[in-house]
Design a protein around this ligand. Structure first.
Ligand code: HEC
Ligand code: HEC
Ligand code: HEC
Length: 433
């Protein structure tokens, strides 16, 4: 063999090896279909345990389209790369997961692979669910297999090239998927380990509350530093001490279980359904989540507390700009009946003043703008969190004026820049969704 032909042969071998590895990564075998297991094969205890797991994992939130049957899929999830539709996970054997064995279901949750072998998009948070225990996965399976089967097929995804080619997800998984059940951290007690499992695994809190990198993975080393989801800022969860009133265990548990806390703003946007689910799980789970979240706080700079008078009203930094002055008039007309110092909501409903709101004290005006544009939906049967949407009532400039006014009146932080641009951008994003 000449030197040249030896080099060529070696090069060829490397290419073949790379192709074999790529093929091995991308190709997953189908798991044989089964006939749907009869509902009677699961006992009541198991189904009850499954209800808890499914609530902690927010499965119903993503897998239910607006006004449609629970778990039947079809909800569009907007990503920077296009729209992905959550699929039907009812036990219908044609369009849902009725013919999935527990083995196939487990592989989907742990490795992001569908029964027929295709790779699933990480919009399905399997990167987090992979931490679940076998027991949690099997009770979730029992719960879903005993729901009403619904015949429904989600619309086709609308993703940009080359991401519409699923096998490429294999490389994404090499970078970001670290499959396997969570192992206990010996430096933490049982309670904190339980909380960590719920936060990092089932609760997938970091998937919204962390910044993403250019290819949509959670930025390494920045877990819980805050992210953007569905046009809302999901605030940092490791800086809860910098709130106008630093979060306590009691306030955090109250917030997570009811969407409200007496010293903080209410849960809104994508956080509202999370709290609805957490309202249905045992309180001990939520306490474990809260304890773990409080254990990951970064050292905070001195707190800029809201200077409130005895009645809980604050003096802001008084912004005499024309925008804030115009906003004051609009606030009197449209907002004061709920948010003004004399509003019944403040005294009877024990709602916090806007001075305690994370949205009003944030570094960007996004959530304040979003709140006024979108309002906040009914919280179950409870109307206490309801705020109407003002997007059809006020122009971008008027909403920007309101935002400037509430910042000036209720926060000690300086005025926001580019408020009207933010309002216009958020409105545009909302319309496109
Ligand atoms: C943040 C949204 C989100 C949450 C929360 C979520 N899913 Fe999904 N899930 C999706 C999306 C989107 C898909 C479709 C992915 C694809 O087509 O590649 C999916 C797909 C699946 C699949 C594969 C179904 C199929 O037909 O291929 C299963 C099984 C599944 N999810 C189960 C669950 C369970 C169980 C939970 C709760 C523990 C859950 N999901 C929570 C978004 C979500
Ligand atoms: C019908 C009563 C009602 C009206 C009218 C109303 N809001 Fe609200 N607003 C609420 C409720 C309830 C909440 C959530 C509960 C809470 O924060 O305590 C809320 C929350 C907010 C928040 C976010 C606070 C947080 O939770 O972090 C902002 C900002 C806000 N409102 C601004 C306004 C502005 C500006 C207007 C007028 C254009 C307005 N609201 C009109 C009831 C109302
Ligand atoms: C689907 C995305 C999503 C998921 C999942 C999610 N959050 Fe949130 N969360 C948000 C958004 C967006 C906000 C801000 C909106 C608001 O203030 O209501 C928020 C607000 C919060 C707040 C209030 C922070 C503050 O400073 O006011 C806390 C606390 C919180 N989330 C905790 C959690 C925990 C704990 C989990 C996991 C069990 C979780 N979140 C899961 C999107 C999410």
């Amino acid at each position: 063999m000449t030197r040249k032909s030896r080099l060529l042969a070696m090069g060829g071998a490397v290419v073949v090896a790379a192709l074999i590895v790529a093929g091995w990564l991308m190709w997953k075998p189908a798991i044989a279909p089964v006939s749907p297991p009869p509902a009677s094969s699961f006992d009541a205890q198991t189904k009850l345990a499954g209800a808890r797991v499914v609530a902690l994992g927010d499965c119903i939130v993503c897998h239910t389209a607006k006004g449609a049957q629970p778990f039947a899929g079809g909800l569009p999830l907007a990503t920077p790369f296009g729209t992905i539709y959550a699929t039907n996970i009812t036990p219908d054997s044609e369009t849902g997961i009725g013919n999935w064995s527990l083995e196939a279901f487990t592989r989907a949750v742990r490795y992001g692979v569908a029964r027929d072998g295709h790779l699933l998009y990480p919009a399905f948070p399997y990167l987090h669910f992979t931490r679940m225990s076998d027991r949690d996965i099997s009770v979730a399976y029992a719960y879903l297999m005993t729901r009403e089967p619904v015949k429904e097929t989600a619309p086709a995804n609308d993703l940009m090239f080359p991401l519409n080619f699923r096998p490429l997800l294999a490389f994404w998984n090499v970078l970001f998927l670290h499959p396997g059940e969570q192992t206990a951290d010996a430096s933490k007690d049982a309670g904190l380990n339980h909380g960590k499992l719920l936060v990092d695994g089932l609760g997938h809190c970091a998937s919204c509350h962390s910044p993403l990198n250019a290819i949509g993975g959670e930025k390494l080393g920045h877990a819980f530093d805050g992210g953007i989801v569905d046009g809302w800022d999901a605030p940092a969860l490791n800086a809860l001490g910098s709130a106008p009133k630093p979060w306590t265990m009691e306030q955090l548990v109250m917030y997570l279980r009811s969407g409200r806390a007496s010293e903080h703003g209410a849960a809104a946007g994508p956080m509202l359904p999370v709290t609805r689910d957490l309202a249905t799980v045992p309180e001990a789970d939520v306490q474990a989540i809260a304890a773990y979240i409080l254990s990951i706080q970064k050292a905070q700079p001195a707190v800029m507390g809201a200077a409130t008078d005895g009645a809980g009203h604050v003096a802001g930094h008084a912004d005499p700009s024309p925008a804030a002055q115009r906003g004051a008039i609009l606030f009197g007309a449209s907002c004061a009946q709920c948010h003004g110092p004399a509003a019944p909501m403040q005294s009877i409903g024990e709602r916090p003043t806007l001075a305690f709101s994370t949205a009003v004290n944030a570094t960007t005006p996004r959530n304040a703008a979003q709140m006024i544009l979108s309002g906040n939906g009914w919280h179950g049967e409870d109307s206490m969190n309801y705020m109407p949407s003002f997007s059809d009532i006020y122009s971008d400039q008027q909403i920007a004026d309101l935002v400037s006014y509430i910042r000036a009146t209720y926060s000690q932080h300086g005025a926001w820049q580019d408020v009207e641009e933010t309002v216009a951008k958020v409105r545009q994003e909302n319309n496109a969704r």
